[in-house]
Design a protein around this ligand. Structure first.
Ligand SMILES: NC(=O)c1ccc[n+]([C@@H]2O[C@H](COP(=O)([O-])OP(=O)(O)OC[C@H]3O[C@@H](n4cnc5c(N)ncnc54)[C@H](OP(=O)(O)O)[C@@H]3O)[C@@H](O)[C@H]2O)c1
Ligand SMILES: *[C@@H]1O[C@H](CO)[C@@H](O)[C@H](O)[C@H]1NC(C)=O
Length: 348
């Protein structure tokens, strides 16, 4: 029986009529939600005006603390925030690299800088005391939790070296929590001070990743560490909203850097400068992360990828997991081949 035959036979049946109307309403409901979300995504990415950083104290003697500031994305956060008129506390492992960047920033942007060098993988009390000492009298309004480490190459969890998994969790999670416990109170007291007549707000950005958005086989520990930051950051956003501090997790697919080991940028892989500029321009908007509070996927192609996965199979689906497994197995194969080639060249 064809649909038309079925319809001719049963169209005067009330149950059939109500079912059809119900199906239509459900369809219209889902389509409306989808179109509203998509409209909001397009507005966030391409129409909304860039955020004016004077709201976070730029140009009025306020400070930003940037971790992992000596390279890649963190260095770009430091440069671009300084350009907007914030003084910068630069935190990372290597003193000499930090000194060069501090000088570059002071000369180019006429703001102040301070340097704090420590190895976050040691989780040493001394590290945090150094940081505390550097900021105790500074009017800090911004914290960029950027420092992070991934696996040196994709690796099955059962073959992951103990030191690697320990370092990833210590740097990405423990250090981020402890640094935030030092800096966030400074931000809260700066923006809730009676002298804050301009109603300057505070800002805490934390670097998430597609590795945390999607469970990622062969990067299991890194994936878990970034998923941890998603929940922690959104929870903190709820807590600090009443204190005039905006807290946001920033989600990114690949960016050219030492960590990604990708040198050439493309439409889906921006360089750090392009990535950070899209992030700072779109603070407070969700961009590709339409379904998530206090979360943004700011780079436009990453945003479309996030939105696409979310509107179809979903980030926790078996399908997404399988594709991700295949992608990282093949990255591992290529990385192993390259390592073997380099080892052979060395022998010759
Ligand atoms: N690149 C990507 O494709 C990508 C994608 C998604 C998310 N992310 C996230 O973005 C953030 C920055 O990544 P990136 O690609 O810019 O990394 P990167 O180029 O490797 O830079 C890492 C920065 O962190 C510092 N750092 C590393 N280990 C440290 C330690 N043990 N103690 C103190 N500082 C340490 C480094 O300092 P030294 O130079 O002194 O060692 C450097 O300044 C990370 O959280 C990462 O997970 C990156
Ligand atoms: C940003 O806001 C400040 C203060 O409200 C204003 O003086 C400044 O002109 C604005 N900058 C831009 C680029 O709109």
């Amino acid at each position: 029986m064809s649909f038309t035959q079925f319809f001719d036979n049963y169209s005067d049946n009330l149950i059939v009529q109500y079912s059809l109307i119900f199906a239509l309403l459900v369809g219209v409901f889902h389509l409306t939600i989808f179109l509203l979300k998509f409209g909001s995504l397009v507005y966030d990415l391409f129409i909304a005006a860039p955020v004016n950083f004077s709201k976070y104290g730029a140009g009025s003697g306020k400070w930003a603390v940037v971790t992992g500031a000596s390279d890649g994305i963190g260095k770009e956060y430091a440069l671009q925030l300084a350009k907007k008129g914030l003084s910068i506390v630069l935190v990372s492992r290597t003193q000499s690299k930090l000194e060069l960047i501090a000088k570059e920033i002071e000369t180019a942007y006429k703001v102040n800088t301070k340097i704090v060098a420590f190895d976050a993988s040691t989780d040493d009390e001394e590290n945090y005391l150094k940081l505390e000492k550097a900021v105790f009298d500074l009017p800090v309004t911004v914290l960029i939790n950027n420092v992070g480490q991934s696996h040196s190459i994709p690796v099955p969890f059962l073959e992951t070296e103990k030191k690697e998994l320990q370092d990833i969790i210590t740097i990405n999670n423990i250090a981020t929590l402890k640094i935030t416990q030092i800096i966030a109170p400074r931000i809260v007291s700066t923006v809730n001070n009676a002298n804050n007549q301009k109603n300057t707000r505070g800002l805490i950005l934390t670097m998430g990743s597609f590795g945390g958005l999607l469970p990622t086989p062969y990067l299991a520990t890194y994936s878990g560490s970034k998923a941890f930051l998603q929940s922690w950051s959104a929870a903190l956003a709820g807590e600090l909203a009443a204190d005039n501090v905006d807290v946001e997790l920033v989600i990114s697919y690949l960016v050219t850097s030492a960590m990604s080991k990708i040198k050439r940028s493309s439409s889906t892989i921006p360089n750090p400068k392009q990535f950070v500029s899209s992030t700072l321009k779109g603070i407070g908007r969700r961009n590709g992360a339409q379904e998530r509070y206090a979360t943004s996927t700011p780079y436009w192609t990453h945003a479309l990828m996030h939105f696409g996965i979310d509107s179809t199979v979903g980030v926790y689906s078996k399908f997404a997991n399988k594709l991700n497994l295949q992608m990282h197995q093949s990255i591992r194969q290529r990385a192993l081949k390259k390592a073997a080639r380099l080892a052979a060249e060395k022998k010759d």
